[in-house]
Design a protein around this ligand. Structure first.
Ligand SMILES: C[S@@+](CC[C@H](N)C(=O)[O-])C[C@H]1O[C@@H](n2cnc3c(N)ncnc32)[C@H](O)[C@@H]1O
Length: 369
């Protein structure tokens, strides 16, 4: 069937109309690119995750640019799946295709290749192996106001992700490696900003693998410090501390922030990426416990990503908060500066100081009079 009417005018108008609609559509797509990225977020994340698991970015960094056939052969993929993967990565601007050869974009080289010292590979693995399936239950969690996504992390009946991870050494390692990457970036700025010259002994509550106290010890040659965390995490921290040669000044203390007394000799109690786990009431409870345990002049310090006071962002706070509701504990989120400051005051701390830092992070310090 001929779809065109054969009058001379319509012969001219039809291609023109088609041209205009195609232009309008591509403008609309360009304007709404973010919306497509949201709509296909699960697919685009899996595209990235597959490339990371195949270590494609490191391959291209070392041996690229490569043709599709060369990539397929190196990754042991059939031709069509390889085409699908390369199409996704190129459309997402993680790869650049030129003269039939693929190479990493500048961004992909910086954050997804092993050759880059500050890559985010472990963060992608954390998102894939721990967070991805549980996040499917976000709607249920909103309704129930609890972490219904935890059912996807089997083993044990602990109500929080951290307890469940103790049954899965391989997942716990993935989790701590991701925290290490997050903290490595953020805690350099923190170590530069916070003056710890007056601190004799610092404990890092929920200190994880020790990345933060190792950075602090590098910047403060006199500082003694310890991670205060669960038994299995303390083992990971002790190993890291020993490998970095800090065992004479740093250590790990097994404890629970609610039930184990904080060591009396600690004059500085640090909470890095920790208060986001708990409800505001629990945060106040922990701050009061810290206040009671500290000597006069002792300090409590929060170091975290902060939410804007007017609840409009930043985007990383919007990304992290559903994770705390749906999976981690069902109680926390990324709180605002004012919410933390209020709790510091309610716990009795005075002389409260705040400092904005890069990566949407911030520090709040309170002193016990
Ligand atoms: C989000 S991670 C933060 C790790 C580290 N502070 C950082 O900045 O990378 C939370 C840590 O808190 C620990 N944790 C969870 N519940 C805890 C509790 N009740 N008492 C002490 N530590 C706890 C976890 O084992 C984990 O290492």
């Amino acid at each position: 069937m001929n779809c065109y009417s054969d009058t001379p005018l319509s012969k001219f108008l039809t291609p023109l109309k088609l041209f205009v609609s195609l232009k309008a559509e591509s403008f609309w797509r360009w304007r709404n690119r973010e919306n497509y990225l949201i709509l296909g977020g699960h697919i685009y994340f899996q595209t990235l995750s597959a490339a990371v698991q195949l270590d494609l970015f490191s391959l291209l960094d070392e041996k690229g640019p490569l043709t599709e056939e060369e990539v397929a052969q190196a990754l042991n993929l059939e031709k069509q799946p390889c085409t699908i993967l390369l199409l996704g990565l190129t459309a997402l601007k993680l790869l650049v295709k030129k003269s039939g050869h693929y190479k990493n974009s500048k961004f992909a080289r910086a954050v997804y290749s092993r050759c880059s010292a500050k890559n985010m590979i472990d963060i992608v693995k954390w998102q894939h192996f721990i967070n991805y399936k549980p996040m499917y239950h976000f709607y249920e969690s909103l309704r129930a106001n609890t972490n219904t996504g935890l059912k996807d992390i089997p083993g044990g009946d602990e109500p929080y992700l951290y307890g469940r991870l103790t049954h899965h050494p391989e997942l716990e390692k993935i989790f701590q490696d991701a925290m290490h990457e997050i903290s490595l970036r953020a805690s350099e700025n923190f170590a530069t900003y916070v003056d710890l010259s007056a601190s004799r002994f610092l404990i890092d509550v929920g200190g994880g693998d020790g990345t933060n106290i190792i950075n602090l010890a590098k910047a403060n040659p006199e500082l003694r410090a310890a991670v205060f965390d669960s038994k299995t995490v303390c083992k990971i921290a002790e190993k890291n501390i020993a490998e970095k040669g800090f065992s004479s000044r740093l250590g790990a203390i097994q404890g629970d922030c609610f039930t184990t007394p904080f060591p009396q000799e600690a004059d500085t109690i640090l909470f890095c990426h920790f208060f986001t786990i708990w409800s505001l009431e629990e945060n106040l409870q922990i701050l009061k416990k810290a206040y009671d345990s500290l000597p006069s002049g002792g300090r409590a310090i929060i170091f975290n990503m902060m939410q804007h006071n007017d609840h409009t962002g930043p985007i990383l706070a919007a990304m992290g908060s559903p994770y705390f509701l749906t999976l981690a504990t069902g109680k926390g989120m990324l709180y605002t500066w004012d919410q933390y400051i209020e709790r510091f005051k309610a716990a009795g701390f005075k002389d409260i100081k705040t400092q904005r830092l890069p990566s949407d992070h911030g520090v709040i310090i309170g002193t016990k009079p």
